[in-house]
Design a protein around this ligand. Structure first.
Ligand SMILES: Cc1cc2nc3c(=O)[nH]c(=O)nc-3n(C[C@H](O)[C@H](O)[C@H](O)COP(=O)(O)O)c2cc1C
Length: 389
């Protein structure tokens, strides 16, 4: 499995056909750096509201790609040198309601050093009465095209623009035709690629995505770079989607929450090796790094709350998953978090688990069921709301 050369040509360093998706409420600088340490070649910020950026809200600081590197001081964590604590290449994702404000927000993101500007025409949450936003633009193709044009005009020509779409607003023929118009217009005005989430806006995150839609789209538009999104639960799904749909790459979303190893496993598979889960020692190291990065971004108080939802997901890799999950749920502050890590992620626990026959397992289809557990997480984007800062 190789990467289409147009992708690294547009974004140097984007060297493998998958990336970490925008995940509002999750994919902050901390989660992104952890993903990169495990082999993610490219990440997207959560959807950022234009007005927050324009008003200089905290979303601006939170999404600074150089924040952690500058605040942690390079070289402090020996082991992270390879990743350079460097949150690049990164797409800043912009969302809003009015073309001129979205364009201004995009300009700000470009000025902050994001290598790509991604326009969100996919978010199903409608925040503002009578104003389209995110995926709701798919019901108003002229307005959507106006937004795409305003962003492309505002962003310096050397910075690629991309777009995140749903496969349609709903399943009516009229909305399907709207998708085609917007999709075609984006490439015609020079967008480098579209990432298409194969659910409708009305579907939100419920029910299966329609991979057949992606396969059909790619076969009708074979000359275009297209990324697929939807139902990527394990590393096997990344390659299955590429195989079945012919997409040029895959956006990994819920499947990487508490599971940055999916990126390492994808690289292992590309090298012809079996994709293996993390040892307890690896889990410990990753949890500690994620917590530390999160403290830099959110401060101590917010981090203990913020990390709980990650802990629950990380726990799925542990041989005593239920116990660890319950322990993370009870965590209220940094000291309790550290105690859980010490208690459950030490060498003696690993030794005990191994003597009981546990070992990091090769990923199989059975792992998907585990990954889907809790997938109906509240993604009525507390998500997008959280990015309003
Ligand atoms: C909690 C949550 C937050 C999300 N936030 C964003 C976002 O900010 N930007 C975006 O482009 N997509 C966002 N998405 C959509 C995902 O990137 C992805 O397209 C979707 O979850 C489908 O992939 P999956 O079924 O493999 O999870 C979000 C999804 C979830 C579950």
């Amino acid at each position: 499995m190789r990467i289409d050369p147009r992708i690294p040509a547009a974004v140097p360093g984007f060297d493998a056909p998958f990336f970490q998706a925008g995940l509002a409420g999750y994919s902050d600088g901390a989660m992104r750096l952890v993903a990169r340490m495990h082999g993610a070649p490219f990440c997207v910020t959560e959807a950022l509201l234009d007005r927050t950026l324009i008003n200089g809200g905290k979303g601006r600081r939170k999404e600074d790609p150089d924040l952690i590197a500058s605040e942690i001081g390079m070289g402090e964590i020996e082991d992270n040198r390879a990743a350079s604590l460097d949150d690049h290449p990164l797409a800043g994702q912009i969302m809003g309601s009015w073309p001129d404000e979205i364009a201004r927000g995009a300009e700000i993101l470009a000025g902050m050093g994001h290598e790509v500007i991604d326009v969100n025409l996919a978010c199903p949450v409608k925040k503002i009465k009578r104003k389209a936003r995110g995926g709701h633009f798919l019901a108003f193709p002229e307005d959507a095209i106006g937004v795409l044009r305003a962003v492309r005009d505002a962003v310096p020509a050397h910075i690629p623009c991309t777009v995140k779409l749903r496969r349609s607003f709903n399943d009516t023929p009229e909305m399907a035709a709207n998708f085609e118009r917007i999709f075609d217009a984006s490439y015609e005005m020079g967008y480098a690629w579209a990432t298409v989430h194969c659910r409708t806006v009305e579907q939100k995150y419920l029910g299966p995505g329609r991979w057949e839609f992606l396969r059909d789209l790619v076969s009708r538009r074979p000359d275009r770079v297209i990324f697929g999104s939807g139902d990527i639960w394990t590393v096997l799904d990344i390659f299955r989607m590429m195989d079945m749909c012919g997409v040029h790459g895959v956006s990994v979303a819920r499947g990487c929450i508490g599971n940055p190893w999916i990126f390492r496993q994808a690289r292992e598979m590309m090298a012809g090796r079996p994709p293996v889960g993390p040892s307890i020692a690896e889990q410990r190291e990753t949890l500690l790094a994620h917590y530390r990065f999160s403290e830099i971004i959110h401060g101590a108080r917010r981090t203990s709350r913020h990390m709980r939802k990650f802990g629950i997901k990380f726990a799925q890799h542990h041989p005593y998953a239920q116990q660890v999950k319950s322990a993370f749920i009870r965590c209220d502050d940094a000291a309790e978090w550290a105690a859980v890590i010490d208690h459950h992620y030490g060498a003696e626990v690993e030794a005990r688990a191994q003597s009981a026959g546990w070992a990091p397992a090769v990923v199989t289809d059975a792992s998907a069921a585990m990954a889907m557990e809790d997938a109906d997480m509240d993604c009525g984007p507390a998500d997008c709301a959280s990015s309003t800062g």
